[in-house]
Design a protein around this ligand. Structure first.
Ligand code: G3P
Length: 216
């Protein structure tokens, strides 16, 4: 399973890229807005300079022609730009048209398997089920990943990648990988937590203390 970073913060992207684990970046309008004063196009171009992999840029139109227009514009910014489109009927129309123009899409805000199946049939490159936001409603979000993976694997015509989104903690990463997701997109904080273990810290301290106390 590949790891993407779910952020528009260039410092976080630069740092995670230096770990050698990053295969792509996802953004959304909320994440872009969090980076005060940053221009959308410039931000996407700067991310593309830091990471050699798919970078999702989200449309804000509600109708298919508007989504297609935005998608064509964003895709021209860099070959790695993937167009994020919401899981709606207008979204399906936009995905199929963008796919016809060889522009890759990431169908976002997916909350049920039928949205995922139809997005794949329309030609989505990536589907983004929102695990954490489903968990927030008291329902097991990971079950959606399992169902989509099962549906996609049974259909040899479907090549759409399953991207586990709305990741809230390291266990979500583990369970996404076990469920067969192709990608997990993670907030930077969750990636940092993923490499923390008190026994690792204690082990390092002990090794150093023993090393210093060795008799030569
Ligand atoms: O980028 C989409 C998704 O990962 C958002 O996550 O935490 O806002 O539910 P969250």
């Amino acid at each position: 399973m590949q790891i993407y970073l779910d952020t528009a913060n260039l410092d976080e992207i630069r740092e995670a890229a230096s770990w050698g684990i990053l295969s792509g970046v996802t953004t959304n309008p909320s994440l872009i807005a969090r980076e005060k004063g940053a221009d959308f196009k410039t931000t996407i171009a700067e991310i593309a300079n830091l990471v050699d992999g798919p970078i999702s840029a989200e449309t804000i139109s509600l109708d298919a022609p508007g989504m297609v227009q935005e998608g064509v514009e964003y895709a021209a910014w860099h070959p790695n730009v993937i167009i994020k489109i919401p899981s709606t009927i207008e979204g399906l129309k936009a995905v199929s048209e963008l796919s016809r123009q060889n522009i890759r899409t990431n169908v976002t805000l997916c909350f049920n398997p039928t949205q995922a199946l139809l997005a794949a049939r329309a030609g989505a490159f990536i589907i983004s089920p929102f695990v954490g936001r489903i968990d927030d409603t008291g329902v097991d979000g990971m079950q959606l990943i399992r169902e989509i993976v099962t549906i996609y694997r049974q259909d040899p015509e479907i090549t759409t990648k399953v991207l586990s989104a709305s990741i809230r903690h390291p266990r979500h990463i583990v369970d996404s990988a076990i469920a067969g997701a192709d990608i997990a997109t993670c907030p930077f904080k969750v990636l940092q937590l993923s490499m923390k273990h008190p026994l690792t810290d204690r082990g390092i301290e002990q090794f150093l203390a023993d090393w210093r106390s060795r008799s030569e």
